[in-house]
Design a protein around this ligand. Sequence first.
Ligand code: PHE
Ligand code: ZN
Length: 886
Amino acid sequence: MTEMIPASQSAPQSAPVATGVRLADYRPPAFLVDEVHLDFRLAPASTRVTARLALRRNGGGDAPLVLSGRGLKPVGFAIDGMPLAEDRYTVTDEDLTVRDVPNSFTFESEVEIDPDGNRALEGLYTSGGRFYTQCEAEGFRRITWFPDRPDVLARYTVRIEAEKAYPRLLSNGNLIEQGELAGERHYAVWQDPFPKPCYLFALVAGNLDLLEDSFVTASGREVALRLFVDPGQAPRVAYAMDSLKRAMRWDEANYGREYDLDLFMIVAVRDFNMGAMENKGLNIFNSSLLIADPETATDLDYERIESVVAHEYFHNWTGNRITCRDWFQLCVKEGLTVFRDQSFSADMRGEAVQRIKDVRALRARQFPEDAGPLAHPARPDHYQKIDNFYTATVYEKGAEIVRLLRTLIGPEDYRSGMDLYFQRFDGQAVTVEDFVSCFADVTGSDLSGVLSWYLQAGTPEVSVTPRYDAAAKTLSLDLRQSVPPTRGMGDKVPLPVPLRLGLLDAEGRQQSFLAPGADEPESEAVVTLRGATDTITLTGVAEAPVLSTLRGFSAPVSLTVTEPGENRFIRLAHDPDLFNRWEAGQSLARDLMLARVKGEPDRTGERRFVDALGRAMADQSSEPAFKALLLALPSEQDLALAAPPADPAAIHEARDNLRQLAAEVLRGQLEALHDGLVALGSFSPDAESAGRRALRNAALDILMAAGTPSDIARAKAHADGASDMTTALGGLSALMQAGGAAYDSAVAAFYTRWRDEPLVIDKWFALQARSPAPDVLDRVKALTEHPAFDAKTPNRFRALVSTFAQMNPARFHDPSGAGYRFLADQILAVDQFNPQVAARQLEPLGGWRRYKPELAALMKAELARILASPGLSANVAELAAKALAE
Ligand code: PHE
Ligand code: ZN
């Protein structure tokens, strides 16, 4: 495949033209690979890779053998031991075609590659003087010639040879041989007994320290657990190790899944494009998601480590043992595995708080994607670069669909369906249809509606109009849904929408009711909207109710309820469903801030809301972590999404105003909270302690909206007295709101203290990018010249550039367009060596339709400038063209 010209450029008039890859064109592989022998002779600038593939024709024909390869310097090819004559094959930039091959044969190739020169961080590359690989999605073709597609599963034997200066030589599976060689060299041979697609291949070599432990599986097998890190870092992966063991136990208890090899390894790497990777038996992690200690890691870091370690571990069954037939089916491994890691985190940290955080992330990342030019179904049907489809829709909406499926059929049938899935498809490469079929088979029901959730883009809009009949004691719910059109997809079918609901009375007490089909009154039920409209009647409703629906966010929809605004106050104070309690507060705050944006402030309403918030804060029965979420008002990004066309400057001001009012009215209470929650004793990363630190930071954050001299002194004491990173950053970020000398000197001192800790310096860059100061863009630009800035390290680049573009809307959307220009320049610069990372930065510009026309025009102009730049990668070209298409 050559670099694609975007459809919109080549054929502006006609219907979307087929470019890139289409699901409809899927064909089974012409050749299968049974065995792979790889031989690496590692050297930073020139590594030799020899591959021996045992190939076999898949179902007749006489098609030539076509293998993928990219940037490989060919040394030689052979078939069944005979060097290939030049007229038998053709090599292009993308593939190797060999004609007249037998039905079953051995293909051998030798190539040379340059790991040091590889800054795309895909294939084999170096970081900190060590070797690492990253093969998902299509990186294996940068290592050797291969049918680089997930439905070709093979057994791998891997020999690694290197100088002894690279003491550890690791690959997937079991170590079967190792030894010394002449010239201060050594080698190791690894064998993976489980057939796998090449995207799960991994190799790591270099000087690494080790933290070791073991785990005894449910059936009594002992598994060695080894976490590898940069020299000196081993004590800092203790939390990751603990998370791993808890995840292994959880998967046994909740899904009946045991680990299958005798060894499980994780390696941390500083330079990595994504979060982490589930390579069979040898996970590779961005070091930011593995390394933590009380002094340098925040509670959010601990939380993420726990969930990502679990996520990658869970992939061993949902992804590795059962993999994707093709990359369109990505969410069969990702959506499902995210749902599994969310369930694990909920069990570890509390269901309601976890759910609120997950929904907040979904709305912040997936809802805008689904409402914009990059909208695509969780199972897309075409793409140009698969790298561009590791999206919030595939991951987070994919997880919501699995959750919704479980809600529809119930937990027991969900578990039976999963059992059937593992039994039926173990060792295979599957589709979304295969996945859904298991649940249809165990329930005997038609689940085509669930499949539709995977195939339709766009966030469904659901409205509920309750009608209470006091005489009949019935509550009728008129339900309606519509899925907004998204590009290339006009007509959409109604989707099954499970609504978990309960009823409160005017004092906020739960009312019981009889749902259709139920035998007994209950206080909560799930009703399902299936058509475009429907009416559902609840009976035995004693008094006019306050409806609490979509509890726990039981479906990923945008909900409108026709009800008195008043009801939200009752839910905020009393809803036993904590998600809806939080949601009521968010919704009240959002409306009040949007009224200010429109220049129509509702001062009485604001005061009422803040008083209600104060009462919720005083509630002794709710946890600090939950209160911290209540106190965090909807973000500027949330508000921009809620009322397009957005004016980010006005939104920033409106949000500040409400925070100021809260600071004024709740001052006594917030100060008492802040004083009372000081951590005593030694640090513990558990959820309850983290909740206290979060609440303390949240209280300080609100006080800083007033920013009196005593607040500034409080912030300074908070920062100076911090003995953990969550508190230290909370203090620094509070000082940043006030700005001035106190902030500048605290920022400088922080750098001096942590300059040798790359993960902390990433936080230092990110913090400064969020500053509300009017001159922050100049500061961010100056930081790109800082000696510690390095655009070639994705963590560092994202800390500064993505944080500015995504977390500082008021300044990014500067009316001059300077923020947009800065981002576009950065994208173009990084695209020269790392297209995946560059393409991921386009999102903040892609949302131009949601902003007021002056801003939208400037955003479009930058997208157009990017698209017109010579030498653009296919990754950036695909997204920029889509973002611009009318
Ligand atoms: N598959 C990884 C995951 O667990 C993500 C990833 C994709 C990592 C592509 C690297 C490259 O979600
Ligand atoms: Zn994953």
